[in-house]
Design a protein around this ligand. Structure first.
Ligand code: SF4
Length: 333
């Protein structure tokens, strides 16, 4: 998921519980039952283009650099995909653990339909292992640890459409809270349906998806906020990811969609001025108008022994990024 941001979500509760449970601080309640969305359909999307059968009866998932080789019934590093009947497929969607109507600025997207709202959906699992994850209760959860509710792509699209006809409106669906890319097949189906109905698809993501899957998905997506965890291979080694994969994903996304980038700044880990300068120069080489969010870290998950990032550090690093980029935003301040 986009782990570098702390988004409010609901989880561990049935999605049909009272509407107050769906209310976030800035978001709006989503009264799903009253919208009549059909929640009985089940996704039957085949994942045969993702899995590759290998020796020993295992099937390897080719979505991300982990290349998990899975036996029947085994789940991958991300916890959101598993080998089921010889095919690697998402086991997290269509089970939603979190649903809210949020201001688009909360994703954060500052320069994509500002002032609008978007239905934000999430489930469990992530293919990175950041010790500082700001949303670990969903991203690191397993299937049996959360209460979820099934929403087929059709049902989610119907809900988004119904909300778009009400006040305060709804732009489409943002897949967020956990890492959406591990639910590749579900995203492809949802994004295609949403576009058919004139709605937008937004991803809040860590950008850890390999070609050709990334290219196919990005054709269907309208906007992304991509976490760039730190501008070094060493930092990506620390979070069990791969910098090159993320940079390729960012470049492919910038060529096709509206993109904003977020870096969660952690004291002593990735707050080096020169690294932020390099990161900003790299992003400016793609587009000087590419918005960058530099967000404060707060102690979470396994990184409880660090102080929150001082606001003055964020402001100083924003100045550094402004040397190359036109739009730089401090986050969590
Ligand atoms: S998406 Fe999940 S199952 Fe597939 S390779 Fe990555 S971590 Fe493994």
């Amino acid at each position: 998921m986009g782990q570098g941001r702390q988004e409010r979500h609901r989880h561990g509760r049935g999605a049909a519980q009272d509407t107050a449970a769906l209310r976030s601080q800035q978001g709006k309640t989503v009264p799903r039952e009253s919208l009549g969305a059909d929640r009985t359909e089940v996704v039957t999307q085949e994942a045969d283009t993702v899995g590759v059968r290998s020796a020993g009866g295992r099937v390897s998932c080719e979505l991300c650099p982990h290349h998990c080789r899975l036996k029947e019934g085994q789940s991958g590093v991300c916890g959101g995909r598993a080998c089921v009947e010889g095919v690697v497929r998402p086991i997290n969607y269509p089970q939603l653990a979190s649903l809210a109507l949020d201001p688009i600025e909360k994703k954060p997207l500052k320069r994509f339909y500002p002032g609008s709202y978007i239905l934000s959906a999430g489930t469990f699992g992530c293919n990175l292992k950041c010790p500082f994850c700001q949303n670990h209760s969903l991203s690191m959860a397993r299937a049996d640890e959360l209460k979820t509710e099934s929403y087929s792509p059709q049902a989610l699209c119907e809900l988004a459409l119904a909300l778009s006809r009400r006040q305060p409106g709804n732009l489409g669906v943002a897949f967020t809270y956990n890492e959406p890319l591990i639910s590749y097949e579900y995203l492809i189906e949802c994004a295609s349906l949403l576009r058919e109905h004139g709605l937008k698809t937004v991803l809040v993501t860590n950008g850890t998806l390999l070609r050709p899957y990334s290219l196919k998905l990005l054709e269907q997506v309208d906007a992304l906020n991509i976490d760039l965890k730190g501008f070094s291979e060493d930092f990506y080694h620390y979070v069990k990811g791969d910098l090159k994969t993320v940079l390729q994903f960012i470049e492919d996304a910038v060529a096709r969609c509206h993109v904003e980038v977020t870096t969660l700044v952690i004291p002593g880990l990735n707050d080096d001025e020169e690294l932020i300068r390099k990161e900003a120069r790299y992003l400016a080489s793609l587009s000087p108008q590419l918005p960058l969010h530099l967000s404060r870290f707060f102690p979470r998950f396994k990184l409880q022994d660090k102080e929150p990032t001082p606001p003055q550090t964020i402001l100083r690093l924003c100045e550094v990024a402004f040397e190359s980029l036109q739009y730089v935003y401090p986050g969590n301040i």
